[in-house]
Design a protein around this ligand. Structure first.
Ligand SMILES: NC(=O)c1ccc[n+]([C@@H]2O[C@H](COP(=O)([O-])OP(=O)(O)OC[C@H]3O[C@@H](n4cnc5c(N)ncnc54)[C@H](OP(=O)(O)O)[C@@H]3O)[C@@H](O)[C@H]2O)c1
Length: 337
């Protein structure tokens, strides 16, 4: 399988590292041999139809800050030039999330689909803004559009919904989908003020320097859009979600909740009739009452009730495993068709 990677930051590099570490395992267990034929970052690209020397690419990225400096295969080249200069089966889209117009990921994904490439994205921006359209284009072009890493990092929640819930109907999805806000709420439960908990989250590397997307609930809303489309079959985008963040929560609110055996969590809820994100008071014994940076997603099935999956919702290595999972299912599809 020939792969192009757009975006070579935390996730792109973690994926390449995982690919190198697990090369033999992936070949033996899944017959998967992956050749990375192009890697693009914001300053250029490294391109080789024979397959890039991944150790060398990683070293150059570390030393020079860009893959454009890889000797003899690095160029000051745009994504569009790179994708047209190699033959590939899959694009892995791992550039930054932009909720205004989805760029540059939107153009990357659309171009790849139009050229007949399968797409694996960890970038939720394009999906949050235009998931129904992107899915239609992929179906029309008869290629796969995979996005396991966009929700819950390495948590296999989409596969859980697709495979394990077969034969029953998912009627509701609820999720603690943002580790930063969950960390802040957990620490506020311990008595910290919102600002103190936020600074601590930033110091520990859990929150971005600009945490607006997390605090406002928009990051949770993006993930909820993906779950609603994929798990419930709703045709929704970000503009259909009612969103309320955690900025107005006071330590007193958490104290009152705690004294009543409850807690407050920022929860995304999707049903057929509504999709919203809001801080909700829930029982401390509710499986969604996870602490610190953990994520939890509860699916309510028509006949078998509530099922919850929890785990670390972000991180380079965790999210890279989701990319590998998507590649394995694309590989299986390539063999079948
Ligand atoms: N980090 C996580 O735990 C996590 C978990 C799940 C999903 N995600 C999502 O995964 C995506 C990547 O996250 P990350 O943490 O790896 O971000 P990151 O470290 O900021 O990396 C972003 C990459 O995009 C590249 N880039 C920027 N503009 C570009 C362009 N026009 N063409 C090609 N490449 C471009 C950057 O290039 P330079 O290297 O030259 O700056 C950088 O390599 C984001 O959408 C994020 O929301 C992240």
């Amino acid at each position: 399988m020939n792969v192009i990677i757009a975006g070579f930051g935390t996730i792109g590099q973690s994926f390449v590292q995982l690919l190198m570490n697990h090369k033999e395992f992936l070949k033996k267990a899944y017959g998967m041999v992956t050749k990375v034929v192009a890697i693009v970052d914001s300053k250029g690209a490294a391109v080789s139809q024979r397959g890039l020397d991944l150790n060398l690419v990683m070293r150059c990225k570390r030393e020079y800050g860009t893959v454009a400096k890889v000797p003899s295969v690095g160029y000051e080249m745009s994504f569009l030039e790179a994708i047209q200069s190699v033959e590939a089966n899959v694009l892995i889209e791992a550039t930054y999330t932009n909720l205004t117009n989805g760029e540059p990921g939107m153009t990357h994904i659309l171009t790849a689909l139009q050229l007949g490439l399968n797409v694996v994205t960890v970038n939720k921006g394009p999906l949050a803004l235009a998931m129904p359209m992107l899915k239609e284009i992929a179906e029309h072009r008869k290629v796969a559009l995979k996005f396991s890493g966009t929700v819950g990092g390495g948590l296999p929640v989409l596969a859980f919904a697709r495979e394990c819930a077969k034969g029953d109907k998912v009627v509701k999805v609820e999720g603690v989908l943002n580790g930063t806000t969950n960390y802040i709420l957990t620490r506020m439960e311990d008595g910290l003020k919102f600002e103190e908990a936020l600074i601590e989250a930033q110091e520990k590397g859990y929150a971005e320097r600009d945490p607006t997307l997390d605090i406002s609930g928009m990051d949770t809303a993006c993930k909820l859009v993906i779950l609603a489309n994929e798990v419930l079959g709703n045709r929704v985008t970000l503009k259909d979600v009612r969103v309320e963040g955690i900025a107005d929560i006071k330590p007193e609110d958490l104290k009152i909740a705690k004294n009543a055996g409850k807690t407050i969590r920022l929860i995304g809820v999707a049903e057929e009739s509504e999709v919203f994100v809001k801080p909700l008071v829930i029982d401390q014994s509710d499986p969604l009452a996870v602490k610190y940076t953990y994520n939890a997603i509860t699916l309510t099935l028509e006949n078998s009730g509530r099922h919850t999956i929890t785990g670390k919702g972000a991180g380079g290595r965790e999210t890279a495993t989701a990319i590998i999972r998507d590649l394995i299912s694309i590989k299986e599809r390539l063999v079948v068709t």
